[in-house]
Design a protein around this ligand. Structure first.
Ligand code: IVH
Length: 667
């Protein structure tokens, strides 16, 4: 059966299940089965986003809520590691193992940085990736195949790979991508590990696709034929098969572990990703199998953890920042202090209640910690400085409006709305940011600068900036070239997909995920707006419809209604309508991409199957052809490419590596 026919069949089953459940209130299949078929459909759609408009049943109002992911039992359990925290404990651990084996030789270890992410097991059957599962409780995890397909992991293994093999590794997000993600949304992840887990465990895999996740492979599960005799050789094999293996991994002798530990400890702060220690594994796999397991951990490996990075310093001030939704967030300004190689000047204080709970006051000496978390946390007060208890402001420090807390909210919010400059600037920054209008050059600094120049009062004013091009060119730090570039970047964004448009408005609790649900449900800007305006009335059919969209619910519906109840928001929308064209949900992807309307050719061997590459490009608006001609815009060149790559070079056509193609395509 073709993939498309399979999808159609699954969708028909979902539709029937929806009807049985809702219309007849007589479910015919279990929740687990229902989730499983939904996941199957999502997995196909992750590879063929162009078929999403067939998938109405998935987004149907009142579709059965997906209670989660399909459960997967691991053939070989996914274990944890015993931790040691010092050289003495490390030696003691391995002395015990020599006693256990009656082994008199010296160990040879493979030392690998212990990545702070989430572990994943990839199953290949017939050398094709068939399943990806989280660790779960070690025995049973969740099926995240559709999500993992959005990462750069081999879909297929070469001929020399076993027929059946489980490969394990860690999915992680870099510190930089974690910061960028938090900066782009209201939901704040505490650290890159949480961000990676939250991004991977999305029922809608297209959200995972937008997050930058990677996987370091480092362990084996079950295999039909052994792959190597040593772990080091196993890692080399994984590299050859196309997996990313941590380049800092190293063979170390027994007496070399301490030096390695120190060396990695020194590099830790500068690494692009978080690590919390080093894993030492016995290299010889025969020795590994003789050592075996105790409880839930192997005897052949241990994790030598770094001590938590703590320091103490003086809290110089508590500053209140105002976000785009008016949230007043406190942060501690500290006397600069070095914590594990990073100079720290700010720490988070979370919210008003946290300050009271810890009784933190200006002038206190506080203890802080960076443990996996990029942003340090204040653990406790070591010594009070004699200052008064901190009084959280009840007025916005930026505009002076009243700041209030409603019952269900730990956050105090400024009531100034768009008369509050902090909210306006933050909203404008959000409006121009990557997941929203994505206007190159309109970062924080520029938005602030033009706001202060008096050119930006609301979002629609962004599109009037080209009218100030001459004045911009004359400003310090600008010139005719950069001003013209900015005008061009703005002009390029006068068409936008509905979901990005909704997200760009910065409505409370409408992040990318919810924007997508709304866009899919309403389809067009006109339908969405009409629905929202009608939903302002509590109890109206439109409000009920909105609240019953799976994933939206009544609380978010009331946030949306609140936005539409404000006259100035309606004015902004009317002004935006004059400046931009909002495309219907279905055609959005094809217009936002650099491949829209372009003619493309794929040649050579790619890591993804050719039909997938073609489908991805077409979904982004490209026309894919077989042969290179003067009309070709891009040639994506895989390995061992032959005459087509040569012809592209002769004709001066732009060639892309697979990696560049993926980057531009955003997956
Ligand atoms: S080996 C049976 N190697 O640490 C051994 N684990 O505390 C299985 N981890 O659940 C794990 N980097 O999530 C191994 N290079 C590495 C690792 C690593 C990170 C994580 C993994 C595991 C946890 C155990």
């Amino acid at each position: 059966m073709s993939e498309k026919a399979k999808l159609q069949e699954i969708l028909a089953r979902i539709e029937a299940a929806n009807a049985a459940y809702h219309e007849r209130d007589a479910p015919e299949i279990s929740d687990a089965e229902y989730d499983a078929i939904r996941r199957e459909a999502e997995a196909i759609l992750a590879v063929h986003p162009e078929w999403r408009d067939m998938a109405g049943a998935l987004a149907e109002v009142g579709a059965r809520p997906a209670s989660g992911f399909k459960k997967v039992r691991h053939r070989t359990p996914m274990l944890s590691l015993e931790n040691v925290f010092s050289g003495e404990e490390f030696e003691e651990f391995w002395r015990g193992k020599k006693r256990f084996l009656g082994y008199g030789g010296a160990w040879e270890f493979v030392a690998e940085p212990k990545i702070d992410g989430l572990s994943i097991s990839l199953t290949y059957e017939g050398r094709r990736l068939v399943r990806a599962a989280t660790r779960g409780d070690g025995a049973e995890g969740e099926d995240v195949t559709a999500n993992i397909l959005t990462l750069d992991v081999p879909r297929a293994l070469p001929e020399d790979a076993p027929d059946f093999i489980e490969i394990r590794g860690e999915v992680y997000m870099t510190k930089a991508d974690f910061m960028a993600l938090n900066a782009s949304q209201e939901r704040q992840f505490a650290n890159p590990r949480n961000a990676a887990a939250g991004s991977l465990r999305q029922l809608d895999a297209s959200i995972t696709a937008k997050r930058k996740l990677s996987l370091f492979a480092y362990a084996q599960g079950e295999t039909s034929t052994p792959v190597a005799e040593t772990h080091w050789e196993y890692l080399a094999t994984l590299r050859r098969w196309g997996f990313l293996v941590n380049p800092l991994s190293k063979l170390v002798a027994e007496d070399g572990a301490e030096a390695f530990q120190d060396g990695i400890g020194t590099q830790r702060a500068a690494l692009p990703y978080d690590i919390d220690g080093v894993v030492y594994k016995v290299n010889d796999l025969r020795l590994q199998s003789r050592l075996g397991f105790v409880g839930r951990a192997p005897r052949w490996a241990c994790a030598w953890k770094f001590p938590a990075e703590k320091a103490s310093t003086v809290l110089e001030d508590i500053e209140i920042q105002v976000g785009r939704t008016g949230a007043l967030t406190p942060r501690a300004r500290l006397k600069p202090v070095n914590v594990g190689g990073v100079l720290v000047t700010y720490a988070t204080l979370h919210n008003e209640d946290e300050i009271a709970r810890k009784n933190v006051r200006i002038g206190d000496v506080v203890e802080l910690q960076r443990a996996g978390d990029v942003i340090p946390q204040i653990l406790r007060v070591l010594k009070h400085g004699g200052g008064p208890a901190f009084k959280f402001p009840d007025h916005c420090p930026v505009c002076g409006s009243l700041a209030v807390r409603t019952d269900d909210d730990v956050v105090r919010r400024c009531t100034g709305g768009l008369s509050c400059p902090a909210q306006v600037v933050e909203r404008l920054i959000h409006f121009c940011s990557r997941g929203a209008f994505d206007i190159e050059g309109m970062g924080e600094k520029t938005v602030q600068e033009f706001y202060e120049a008096g050119w930006l009062h609301n979002a629609a004013d962004v599109f009037t900036l080209p009218g100030h091009e001459a004045e911009i060119a004359a400003r310090e730090g600008w010139g005719p070239v950069s001003a013209a570039k900015l005008s061009a970047a703005i002009a390029a964004r006068r068409e936008i997909g509905l979901e990005r448009f909704i997200y760009a408005l910065g409505i409370r609790r409408i992040g990318e995920n919810n924007a997508k649900l709304l866009a899919r449900h309403y389809g067009s800007y006109a339908a969405w707006k009409a629905g929202m305006e009608a939903a302002v009335v509590i109890g109206s059919d439109a409000r009920l419809e909105l609240g019953s969209i799976s994933g939206i619910g009544p609380a978010i519906a009331s946030d949306l209604a609140a936005f539409f109840a404000e006259a100035h928001n309606l004015q902004t929308l009317a002004a935006l309508e004059r400046e931009v064209r909002v495309l219907d949900a279905a055609s959005a992807a094809a217009v936002d991409s650099p491949f829209a309307g372009k003619v493309m050719v794929f040649t050579g061997t790619l890591s993804m199957a050719r039909p997938e590459a073609k489908a991805r490009a077409e979904a982004l608006g490209a026309k894919v052809t077989e042969s290179v001609s003067k009309k070709t815009d891009f040639v994506v060149v895989g390995e061992d490419a032959g005459s087509k790559a040569k012809k592209a070079a002769e004709l001066g056509i732009r060639t892309l590596t697979e990696e560049e193609f993926r980057e531009m395509a955003g997956f």
